[in-house]
Design a protein around this ligand. Structure first.
Ligand code: ATP
Ligand code: MG
Ligand code: MG
Length: 380
């Protein structure tokens, strides 16, 4: 039986374990939090991600190590990789951990990106504002997630407030200024590459964020075939350049038929949760197949799927379970403001049927605001 180590024990590790148990896999998860939610279904080791002794012990107990958390110190990943196969490889992880290195790579590969500039001082911010223009967003280069570590600059008068908010973090995590993109929509490619180089991608997903946090995802994204082909082509270029192994997501802004890359996530991704019920093989199963060198499963989808994130607290399950094609995922986390505690996926054979189910569940849950933008797109 294959043994898989996972650095990070959140809901992604939990869903990997749930997908891996039928394959006969055994898991060991490392996380500093004693209440990490993967611990409900896998053995959990409580240790810091830079605890050399804990990493050494983990390396001795598993056949491969992967990640639920992308911000594990790259040196920890490298130390592990000298003892046991680690996928994605530490070098690929390191590129994706830094917005400057990932955007530089996108540009090198001919993948369009918003204008950006690295910053290391208050004067540097002024130079970057000259270069990038306003409106723009000041972001930490490393360690940001769910829109944290970002400050929106609407006019040059906001520069002091932006520096006040994030300047102190410049030495530790670095800063980058990015042009604000007035997008028509956001899409993501969730793709997988095997140890043998085989590449597969699920259909393009459309995403809606609220306050920088993913709120809803819809697949297939209602975009022309050429837009999907372009997006999948970018993901493939990236995966091949990085020699990537496993699942990753490429987030893109769409303006008409034009795509601009925002960031990549070197792991299974929230915008791919719909694949559990909506695709022949889920992102979690294919990630495990990839890192273990097993044949990849089909990424074909079954009809249409929409995922809704539950942020802060879980709503009542009945409204979702009562819909044909409604599926419930409770991560078993303590409710907390802004925290992803679960999600629901709705699957239907047609776009109108999916819109009906979303409207009905949205009304029962008192969450019409969350489903309305998706329903509007589905009704075209
Ligand atoms: P994630 O949780 O996806 O890792 P993150 O903290 O890394 O999020 P981003 O993906 O950079 O942050 O930004 C979060 C969201 O904020 C984006 O999905 C988008 O809605 C908005 N956003 C970020 N950058 C831009 C931009 N340059 N132009 C317009 N909107 C943006
Ligand atoms: Mg991110
Ligand atoms: Mg993002």
């Amino acid at each position: 039986r294959h043994r898989v180590g996972i650095l990070g024990g959140g809901q992604l590790a939990r869903m990997m374990a749930l997908a891996g148990l039928p394959l006969g896999l055994q898991f060991k998860v490392l996380d500093p939090a004693t209440d990490a939610c993967a611990g409900e279904c896998t053995p959990l080791v409580n240790a810091a991600f830079d605890d050399a002794a804990a990493l050494q012990a983990l390396a001795g107990e598993v056949d491969v190590v992967t990640f639920d958390f992308e911000n594990v110190p790259a040196d920890s990943a490298r130390a592990l990789a000298s003892k046991v196969p680690v996928y994605p490889a530490p070098d690929a992880l390191a590129v994706a951990q830094d917005r400057l290195s990932e955007k530089t790579l996108f540009r090198e590969l001919g993948i369009p990106v918003p204008a950006f500039a690295a910053i290391d001082s208050r004067e540097g911010l002024e130079r970057a504002l000259d270069e990038v223009g306003v409106p723009c967003i000041l972001k930490t280069r490393r360690l940001g997630y769910d829109g944290k570590g970002q400050f929106r600059i609407r006019s040059r008068a906001d520069a002091d407030a932006a520096w006040e908010a994030l300047g102190a973090q410049a030495p530790r995590v670095g800063l980058i200024l990015e042009a604000f993109v007035p997008f028509d929509g956001e899409v993501s490619v969730v793709a997988v590459r095997g140890r043998d180089g085989e590449f597969r991608a699920w259909p393009l997903t459309a995403n809606w964020h609220v306050d920088g946090v993913l709120s809803a995802s819809l697949a297939p994204a209602p975009v022309p075939a050429r837009v999907q082909e372009t997006a999948l082509g970018y993901a493939r270029l990236l995966a091949e350049k990085l020699g990537y192994v496993g699942v990753f997501a490429l987030e893109l802004f769409r303006r008409g038929d034009q795509l601009l890359a925002n960031e990549m996530a070197p792991r299974v991704h929230n915008s791919g949760h719909w694949t559990i019920e909506g695709a022949e093989t889920s992102q979690f199963e294919n990630h495990l197949r990839a890192v273990l060198g097993l044949p990849l499963g089909s990424t074909a989808m079954r009809g249409h799927a929409c995922m809704l994130n539950w942020i802060g607290e879980m709503p009542d399950a009945a409204a979702v379970l009562g819909e044909a094609g409604g599926h419930w995922h409770d991560y078993g986390k303590e409710p907390r403001d802004g925290r992803k505690v679960g999600h629901a996926t709705f699957r239907a054979d047609s776009a109108p049927a999916l819109a009906d189910a979303l409207e009905s569940a949205g009304a029962s849950l008192g969450r019409s605001g969350q489903v309305d933008p998706v329903v509007a797109v589905l009704r075209g």
